[in-house]
Design a protein around this ligand. Structure first.
Ligand code: BES
Ligand code: MN
Ligand code: MN
Length: 459
C-alpha cells in the first residue's frame, strides 16, 4: 500500500493550482460584515461555502436567524471515532483605505508567491485549507477519516454578536471532542506555532457634547468648554508615560506571568530591532518591565482607535466644535472580564468629565481573554502534523488578537482540546491594505490539516 502521507502530500501538490483558483472565487465576494450594503454578498459567500461542502457530501445548512448567514455542516458516520469541529469566518474587514492597495482588494492577484486580497489570510484562505484538506482526504482514501462538523460564521469581524446564542440553542448539535481553528499566524516566517492564548477585548465609544452648535472660536473662545479639548484631556488621563493604564482597578484581576512562561517567551526572543525597522518607528514603546513579546500577547493595553470632532478639511477654520468623539479599545488578559473593564473604564471616564460638557460612553463589543490547555494528547498530535506539513517543530505562543467564539467553545460547550493553528505569516497584513497569504503556507496548511485529521481518526 502506498504511504498515506505521501498520497496526501502529492494530491495537494497536484491540485494546488485549482485550489488557488477556487480560493480566488471565494475572495472575489466582498463579504464585509460591517457594511450593510454588502448584505447580499454575505448571502453569496455563505451559499458558495454550502456548495463547496455539499460537493464533499457534508450535509450543510444555512441559519439565517443569527445575524449574517451562519454555515453549518456535519458529516458524522462513525460511532467509534472522535468528532472534530472546524470553525472559521467568511466575513472580512472593510477594505479601506482602498487607494493604498497595489491591486484591488476584491480582485485577487498572485505575486511574489502570495495571493493578495482582502480575506486572503483572515480568514478565507486559512479556513479554506480545512475544506481542501477534507477534499484531499476523500480523494485519496475515499473517506473523511473522522466525524466532522464545520461552523463558519459571517460576523467574527464585528465581534460575533449572535454566535453565542446559536451555540446555546444548538449546544447538542455542535458538540465535539476537538475544535480546530486556523485564524491566526505562525510565530515567524520560518517557525510554525500553536496558539494557547488569545487576548480579550473591551471596545468603547466616547462622545463629548458641548454647546448646541459650532461656535466662532474668537467670539466664544474663553467662555465655553471646548468638547474636543475636554476629550483629549480625558483621553490623556487614561495612560501614563510608562505605558501603564491608569483606570482604577484595571490590573486587579490580571494573573501575573509565571516564571516558566516568561522564560519561554524570552527564548522565543522577538527580534525587537527588526520589528522596529519593519514598522518604521524610532523605538518600540510599551509598559515598563516587560519584553515586547510579553507586551503584545500577554499584557493588557489601551489604544485610541479613532478620534473626531471639529474641522478636518483643508486649511484653517476657527471653530469650537459642538461635539467630539473617540473610539477606544482595551486588550485584556486572564483573568480580566470585559464586563468589569467596561464598567471600570466608563466610570473612570465619566468621573473625569469637566464642567460645561456631557460625556457619554457606549460599549461596542467585548470578549473575554482565554487560555487553552497545552498538555493534551491532541496537542501532541497537532505538533506531529505541523512538523510534517511545515517541516519544522512548532512553538507555543499566545496571540494578542481576539476570536470571540473561543470563549464560548471553552466555557459553554466545555470542550478542552481547542487547537488554534494559524498558518499565516505575522506580516500578512490582515485588516490593512495589501493583505496577503503565502502560497507555501496555504499548501502547508492543507497538508497539516489533512495529516491532523488522519491521525485523529486513529486515536
Ligand atoms: N483572526 C483575527 C484574530 C487574530 C489576529 C488572532 C491575529 C490571532 C492573531 C480575528 O479575525 C480578528 O480580527 N479579531 C478581532 C476581534 C474583534 C473584531 C471582536 C480583533 O482581534 O480585533
Ligand atoms: Mn480572523
Ligand atoms: Mn480579523
Amino acid at each position: 500500500m502506498v504511504d498515506m502521507e505521501e498520497m496526501i502530500s502529492s494530491a495537494v501538490d497536484r491540485n494546488l493550482y485549482r485550489f488557488l483558483e477556487e480560493l480566488c472565487d471565494f475572495l472575489r465576494i466582498p463579504s464585509v460584515s460591517a457594511r450593510s450594503e454588502h448584505r447580499e454578498d454575505m448571502v453569496r459567500a455563505s451559499s458558495w461555502l454550502r456548495d463547496q461542502l455539499g460537493r464533499l457530501n457534508i450535509e450543510t445548512q444555512i441559519y439565517t436567524d443569527y445575524g449574517h448567514p451562519l454555515v453549518y455542516g456535519s458529516y458524522c458516520p462513525y460511532a467509534d471515532k472522535p468528532t472534530i469541529l472546524i470553525y472559521g469566518h467568511y466575513d472580512v474587514q472593510p477594505e479601506d483605505p482602498v487607494e493604498l492597495w497595489e491591486t484591488p482588494p476584491f480582485d485577487p492577484s498572485i505575486r511574489d508567491g502570495s495571493i493578495y486580497a482582502r480575506g486572503a489570510t483572515d480568514d478565507k484562505g486559512q479556513l479554506f485549507t480545512w475544506i481542501k484538506a477534507l477534499e484531499v482526504l476523500r480523494a485519496t482514501s475515499g473517506r473523511i477519516p473522522v466525524n466532522v462538523k464545520i461552523l463558519i460564521e459571517g460576523e467574527e469581524e464585528i465581534g460575533s454578536p449572535n454566535l453565542h446564542r446559536f451555540l446555546v440553542d444548538y449546544k447538542k448539535r455542535v458538540s465535539a471532542n476537538v475544535i480546530v481553528i486556523s485564524d491566526g499566524s505562525k510565530y515567524s516566517r520560518d517557525t510554525p506555532a500553536i496558539t494557547y492564548g488569545l487576548r480579550g477585548l473591551s471596545y468603547l465609544e466616547i462622545e463629548v457634547i458641548g454647546p448646541q452648535r459650532d461656535l466662532h472660536s474668537g467670539v466664544y473662545g474663553g467662555i465655553v468648554k471646548n468638547p474636543l479639548n475636554a476629550l483629549v484631556e480625558i483621553l490623556a488621563k487614561l495612560t501614563d508615560e510608562k505605558g501603564q493604564i491608569t483606570i482604577p482597578g484595571f490590573y486587579e484581576d490580571v494573573v501575573p506571568l509565571e516564571p516558566w512562561e516568561r522564560e519561554e517567551m524570552e527564548k522565543l526572543a522577538l527580534k525587537e530591532d527588526e520589528v522596529r525597522d519593519q514598522l518604521g518607528v524610532d523605538s518600540l514603546f510599551g509598559e515598563e518591565g516587560f519584553s515586547a513579546l510579553e507586551r503584545k500577547t500577554a499584557r493588557p493595553t489601551l489604544d485610541i482607535n479613532g478620534i473626531w470632532g471639529g474641522y478636518q478639511g483643508e486649511g484653517a477654520k476657527t471653530v469650537i466644535p459642538s461635539k467630539a468623539g473617540a473610539k477606544l479599545s482595551m486588550r485584556l488578559v486572564p483573568n480580566q472580564s470585559h464586563q468589569k473593564i467596561d464598567r471600570l473604564a466608563s466610570d473612570f471616564i465619566k468621573s473625569l468629565t469637566p464642567p460645561g460638557v456631557k460625556v457619554y460612553v457606549k460599549q461596542l463589543h467585548g470578549t473575554d481573554p482565554v487560555i487553552v490547555p497545552r498538555n493534551l494528547k491532541e496537542m501532541e498530535i497537532a505538533i506531529k502534523a505541523i512538523k510534517k506539513g511545515f517541516g519544522k517543530e512548532p512553538v507555543f505562543i499566545r496571540e494578542g488578537g481576539s476570536i470571540p467564539v473561543v470563549v464560548s467553545f471553552s466555557r459553554l460547550l466545555n470542550i478542552q482540546p481547542i487547537l488554534l493553528l494559524g498558518w499565516g505569516n505575522p506580516d500578512d497584513g490582515p485588516h490593512g491594505p495589501n493583505e496577503h497569504f503565502s502560497i507555501e503556507n496555504f499548501k502547508g496548511g492543507i497538508k497539516t490539516a489533512a495529516f491532523l485529521l488522519e491521525e485523529l481518526g486513529k486515536s
